[in-house]
Design a protein around this ligand. Sequence first.
Ligand code: AMP
Ligand code: MN
Ligand code: MN
Length: 366
Amino acid sequence: MGDVREERDVTRLPRDDRAGHGTGGSDAPCLPHLSHSGGVPESDWARAVELIRSADEIALACHVSPDGDALGSMLAAGLAMRALGKRVVASFGDRRFEVPRLLRFLPGQELLVEPARYPEAPALMITFDASTSARLGLLGDSAAKAAELIVVDHHPSNSGFGTMALIDPGAAATAMLVEELIDRLGVPLDRDIATGLYAGLVTDTGSFRHSSTSPAAHAMAARLVATGLRTDEIARELWDRSPFGYLKVLGAALERVHLEPEAAGGLGLVWTYVPRVDRAAYGLPYDEVEGMIDIVRRTDEAEVAIVLKEDDEGAWQVSTRSKGAVDVARVCAALGGGGHVRAAGFTSHRPVAETMADIRALLTPA
Ligand code: AMP
Ligand code: MN
Ligand code: MN
């Protein structure tokens, strides 16, 4: 009991104290300063806080086909702004507006509106985890017409859209920037807000396995978990359940997996694809196969892993991963997409064989 209370108290310390500086106690561990926001100038934080504080209505958007970081960050921010008394609408610009099954546990879904009901020219719009305005899909027009557009993101490839940016390429997740923004707005972290932030953090760090996992990421997790989160339930929702059909579709995709040891300058490529007819046979929605890359990328013999997934419109969503020696963000950017050095993607409207030929031609060690 005493231990629990002590833990909670730690989470209420100001950020700098949490990092272990000057908190007294000669046996206190000497931890580094855990700022998440190295890339954002103080003046930009101040301006963003001022814009939000003076707004009546705030329109939030995240990237299309939202992942845990996009939707979790946006809904956490939305709940915090609602706590400040703001009218908040939140959305993402997919033609078929549906929250992926694995993200339906996120609190704050009542803030969501369909793109058709989204303000055409918001006074203040804020985007989350979107590296370009194209990633806003149907909401791109609203972004273009917004009087003020704050871009909150952590993609090194961010194109610099918006009237102002809160961008830190060193942050493991957009959720880290949102945590800081919420602190600066003076809104206490409750369990609902923390759940969205935690979903973003664990999604983008691959449950603290990816190279982006920093001391700051773990410190943030400690603070979020202390609000009373059920990390076991969140993990199960995000990764450890699926309809039976997923096993069948996964089986078919693994049957046709290719290993090309000579690709990527001899570092190796492993790839497969998931046509929509496979999913249709089991009524499996597109978002159920988004995580398949995490199985394929384990291949020891390949530096680069790729899964091409045909969506319901017949476009191929291409997921690429590397182990660090190949910059897949560069490859995907050359093909109209983007992302991070080790995790990137793009959309292709061409047949699988042609898309793979394009990729092979671009795959060279960094
Ligand atoms: P995914 O393979 O869908 O998990 O995507 C990995 C990363 O690639 C994401 O975090 C995005 O940054 C980026 N990405 C994926 N698809 C696209 C796209 N169509 N355009 C730009 N970036 C993308
Ligand atoms: Mn994302
Ligand atoms: Mn992200």
